[in-house]
Write a protein that binds this ligand. Sequence first.
Ligand code: BTN
Length: 263
Amino acid sequence: MGINSWKEHLEKLPLGELYIYKELGSTNQVAEDLIIQGAPNFSLILADSQTAGKGRAGRSWITVPGKALAFSLILYPDPALIKAEQIEKLSGLGSLAVAEAIKKNYGLDPEIKWPNDVLLSGKKVCGVLVDLNWTAGDVKSIVIGIGLNTHEGSVPDHELNFPGASIEEFTKKPVIRLDLLVEILQSLLKWYPKIPTKDFMTAWEGYLAFKDEQVALVSGDQIIDQGCLKGLSADGSLVIKTDAGDLQQYRTGEIQLRLVDRS
Ligand code: BTN
């Protein structure tokens, strides 16, 4: 089923405008352009392939036609809901929605590599890229971009920053991209208003990868810190207990998380 025929199914969800493309540069970039043109809240930009897909930290993201999901959701947050201190949680929102959908649809056990990668058996199947626009200290608009490797052939064969895989490699059930997309969007819409709540943090933390394991926080080639991953703080920062015994909190930025092999 071509993605143009998905429109009638997606129209049943409480979304804004639907923008569905066979191919475009980047759904996050198109979302930014559409915000300027006044696209409504909860508008969805979906593409079967991207020619200039964006990853975190300036990396690129490959979307192979028919074998992946690539979409962006536009949100205009209520300033009372999303304050500056909540923004760490937006990557968590995207990855929580994906993890929950994968678990529900395929009975698999996804994990979230803080802040925004979804892993299956330690391999990355999904990345989330959040772009924000600010006015006078308030978040004016949010673009949550989600890229998922659903089928074999979706993972680039060149070196990635983390080992990658597709969902299909782990499930006996066929992966129906539309069903997965609908489930992710439903989960995302359910959790979005709950971002400030403890329930949201508990749900996100419940999927956290490497809990109580030794991790390194890396920026470029440099190890920033190392210690035992203890969980998330109330604002979505990562909490690690360093080898010296101190509890340290880290916000996202350019930091990458790596498991430390102590054998
Ligand atoms: C990462 O892990 O580096 C984040 C990858 C995010 C990729 C998605 S695909 C849909 C959306 N459009 C983009 O250009 N990027 C995000």
